[in-house]
Design a protein around this ligand. Structure first.
Ligand code: IMP
Length: 195
């Protein structure tokens, strides 16, 4: 089975290839020859995921899925949320975004937060939605060097390590995206005919 993952993020492709198994031929946007920008115009991760998947489905008529993730921090009223990738501005680095969060939370004692992922799958023209989340805390400084995004400042509940200090397989097993992808993979396995 061939499935387009609406992304060119190499970290995510690597993570998801590990999770989804080899029965599915996973293609990226580059693999299908798409080089443009896909709009993300909504206020929720669910709507943004749907928008991205529909955008590609309408152009290529290939089964596909798109994900959208937000880091929600309690003491920041749920920010950066849907703006997680551009919290410090347009075209900023992961470092810039983390620094802004650390700066805004400098005096805050409530460090509770969660990552939430929504995945929109379009298969045979029908749309399905999958969600995953992980709760944890924002540390006061960065720790670890693997992963991406806010990984060095996010410590999942029940662990003494940040996402950036955990082996990738461990992060995948418990992460927001890992959990949403596990639901997606289960769904695909249960489809008529399986993989
Ligand atoms: P996206 O919607 O998956 O592109 O995620 C939006 C932003 O959330 C990314 O630019 C990252 O900053 C952050 N993010 C998403 N997934 C992760 C993760 O697994 N670890 C850390 N940060 C993440």
């Amino acid at each position: 089975m061939k499935l387009v993952f609406v992304t060119n993020n190499q970290h995510k492709l690597h993570e998801i290839r590990q999770l989804i198994g080899e029965q599915i031929e996973l293609c990226s946007l580059t693999d299908i020859g798409f080089t443009g920008e896909i709009p993300e115009t909504h206020e929720t991760i669910e709507e943004n995921a749907r928008e991205k998947a529909i955008y590609i489905y309408n152009r290529y008529h290939m089964d596909c899925f798109a994900d959208d993730t937000g880091l929600e921090i309690e003491s920041l009223d749920g920010r950066p949320g849907v703006y997680s990738s551009r919290y410090a501005g347009e075209n900023v680095s992961y470092e810039d975004n983390m620094n802004r969060v650390l700066e805004e939370m400098k005096t805050m004692t409530n460090r509770r937060s969660r990552f939430r992922t929504a995945i929109s799958l379009i298969i045979g023209g029908k749309e399905y939605l999958f969600q995953g989340e992980i709760k944890g805390e924002i540390l006061t400084e960065k720790r670890g060097s693997s992963g991406f995004g806010y990984d060095p400042v996010f410590k999942p509940d029940g662990y003494n390590k940040t996402f950036a200090e955990l082996p990738l397989e461990e992060k995948n097993r418990i992460s927001h995206r890992g959990r949403a992808i596990a639901k997606l993979a289960d769904f695909l396995k249960n489809q008529a005919g399986g993989f």
